[in-house]
Design a protein around this ligand. Structure first.
Ligand code: AMP
Length: 606
């Protein structure tokens, strides 16, 4: 591997990048820098953000600027304002020791007058978004006659955003004798066409394989019912206490909704989309870059150019229709030699999209089971224990107060103390997850593919027996059943006479000896649960909640028991039935008692 110096980078640039911590060139830099400095011919660079492409073109561009001329010599075009600012900022850092070089970002959405004033003073490097640049050219404020280098960054994004005509128009103002570089994360036909049309003998450099996602990114997917996507998102966040990620949504509305829900649910989240003012977007990005915000919910367009190197996760809240969009999203993690995870939360009908993406990125998605509440709680507890171990203790200050606090707590044993410290943080999480069912759809286990090494945990008889609420419905449980003389009519009456507003629709009802399961519309579930909070059924306090895994299992067990009794009664196989019937009768009786006991345990110990 060559050093930057051996690649021909000038001393004043070397000094600046050394201070920035660049020790060795990244592969795209090793390829592009000497070519740009020494060779003729244009360049197509297939590189995602994060591969070091800004320095790959930025260093030679800066080196080739004549600092004694005030005219624009290099033009860099980027699809978004944010990317524009990012590139201009990087170039400013690289050119720290090149006194006379002036770089100006010009982009829409901010005062054109101040940009004109800066242009009139003379700038040698213009970093621009297409629309604003055309505006400035038309006003005669930007002259491109002396431009010798043109860079198109994120060319595929520019195409997606419909900038092709603008680019044609801009290039018509640049001298024919120019060097042109085009960087793109993917290589659709249209990009190849641009290269053919505008570039001279372009040399192609590829950082990584064409169209392939970054090597450092692991692609995983979770499969849930469509209406459980938000719950899955929360579980992923809870299961990764140190997560720092972007959640991509398809629409502005969905982006806002998901962010609002997350904030309401106590997550450190924010949103970024086109309905926000520029000021709001700037603030959201700043907070995210500064790690003040942990989760940023964003649309693809708004998040373009938001350059953050240390994302742990990119979360696809559903998959985009366009594979290139997925490549861009996932390319935001696993950058600058770090590793990252690109997560897709999908429902079963989106599986074919996974296959399409896999073909393009040349990698398989790994299937993951949505973390169970138990797993999440364990993970969070260990994380807290870890924080307890690592926390900096200000001995001097703490010692002042320690005796008083110790005295107050001296009645607690060491173990009690620890339990209480953990409970301070955990009671909310424990309360939330206590009644939460498993939401994993486990499609991969249903005869589809399965992650290597992952055990088949499902498919047991019990699971097949399990009745979950149909789409759009929620299954509720009340702690009264047949043994208390509770029948469907009573349930209807109980609900209708206590729930205010329109009568809720009640779906399937399963009456069990000591409790009842019934389906209601998801939208109605909350108001039914609230309405049944302080209600009695013939002196028994009614307790209503969302049915849990354990309820389903008991119900399945009860049905199996009934089926067994029925088959015993029908007397298949004489000798066996005699014995079996007798045995089973005894068994049933015993079971019934113990079942009653166990049900109460479930209801009141939770
Ligand atoms: P880019 O692909 O240009 O967005 O660069 C991704 C990140 O890698 C940026 O934070 C750069 O500052 C950093 N970077 C670029 N080149 C190097 C290098 N040779 N050594 C270390 N970091 C680098």
């Amino acid at each position: 591997m060559k050093s930057f110096e051996e690649l021909g980078v000038a001393p004043e640039l070397l000094k600046a990048i050394e201070e920035m911590g660049f020790e060795n060139p990244m592969p795209i830099q090793e390829m592009v820098i000497p070519h740009l400095l020494n060779e003729d011919g244009d360049v197509v660079g297939l590189a995602q953000t994060g591969t070091g492409k800004t320095a790959a073109f930025g260093l030679p561009v800066l080196q080739r600027i004549n600092p004694d001329s005030d005219s624009a010599q290099a033009l860099i075009i980027a699809p978004t304002r944010e990317l524009c600012l990012q590139i201009a900022g990087d170039l400013a850092d690289f050119s720290k020791y090149q006194d006379k070089i002036r770089i100006l970002p010009v982009y829409g959405g901010s005062s054109i007058d101040s940009q004109i004033r800066a242009l009139r003073k003379g700038v040698q490097v213009i970093v621009a978004t297409p629309g604003r640049l055309i505006d400035l050219i038309k006003r005669g404020e930007v002259k491109l006659n002396d431009v010798h280098t043109v860079i198109l960054d994120e060319a595929d994004e520019m195409l997606n955003m419909g900038f092709l005509d603008d680019i044609n128009q801009i290039l018509s103002h640049v001298p024919e004798e120019r060097k042109m570089l085009m960087f793109s994360a993917t290589m659709p036909k249209e990009i190849a066409n641009i290269a053919k049309r505008f570039m001279k003998e372009p040399v192609e450099f590829v950082a990584g394989n064409k169209n392939e996602g970054s090597k450092n990114v692991k692609h995983i997917y979770y499969m849930v019912k469509a209406h459980d996507k938000y719950l899955a998102l929360k579980r992923i966040a809870d299961n990764n206490p140190d997560i720092y990620g972007i959640i991509f949504c398809r629409t502005r509305k969905e982006t806002q909704e998901i962010a609002d829900k997350l904030i309401n649910d106590g997550y450190n989240a924010d949103c970024l989309h086109g309905d926000l003012s520029q000021q709001q977007r700037d603030l959201a990005m700043k907070k995210f870059r500064d790690h003040v915000t942990q989760l940023l919910v964003a649309t693809d367009v708004a998040a373009r150019g938001l350059d953050v190197d240390d994302l742990t996760h990119v979360i696809n809240y559903g998959l985009p229709d366009d594979v290139a969009v997925y490549t861009h999203r996932s390319g935001r993690t696993g950058r600058a030699n770090k590793t990252g995870v690109s997560v897709a939360i999908i429902h079963s009908r989106e599986k074919h999209k996974l296959r399409e993406i896999e073909k393009i990125i040349g990698k398989e998605f790994e299937y993951r089971k949505v973390p169970t509440p138990e797993h999440i709680i364990e993970k969070q507890l260990y994380n807290l224990a870890d924080r307890l171990e690592r926390v900096q203790v200000n001995e001097e200050e703490i010692n002042k107060y320690l005796p008083g606090v110790r005295k107050k707590l001296e009645w607690l044993s060491e173990e009690d103390l620890l339990k209480r410290v953990l409970s301070l943080e955990f009671n909310r999480l424990l309360a939330y997850y206590q009644h939460m069912p498993d939401i994993d759809l486990n499609e991969a286990d249903k005869g589809g593919r399965r992650e290597r090494g992952e055990k088949r945990e499902r498919g047991s008889k019990q699971d097949k027996d399990r009745r979950t609420a149909p789409d759009g419905m929620e299954r509720l449980m009340v702690n009264i059943g047949k043994a208390q003389g509770f029948f469907p009519g009573n349930l209807m009456e109980l609900v209708n006479s206590n729930v205010a507003g329109p009568k809720p629709e009640i779906g399937r009802i399963d009456l069990l000896p000591d409790y009842t399961l019934f389906d209601v519309r998801k939208d109605d579930a909350r108001r039914i649960l609230d309405a049944l909070k302080h209600v009695d059924f013939f002196g028994q306090h009614v307790r209503a909640e969302i049915a849990t895994d354990r309820d389903y299992k008991l119900e399945a067990k009860d049905r199996r028991e009934k089926a067994r009794r029925k088959s015993d009664k029908s007397g298949k196989g004489a000798g066996k039935s005699e014995k079996g019937a007798k045995g089973s009768k005894k068994g049933v009786k015993g079971k019934k008692e113990s079942k009653k006991g166990s049900n109460y345990e479930i209801f009141y110990k939770k």
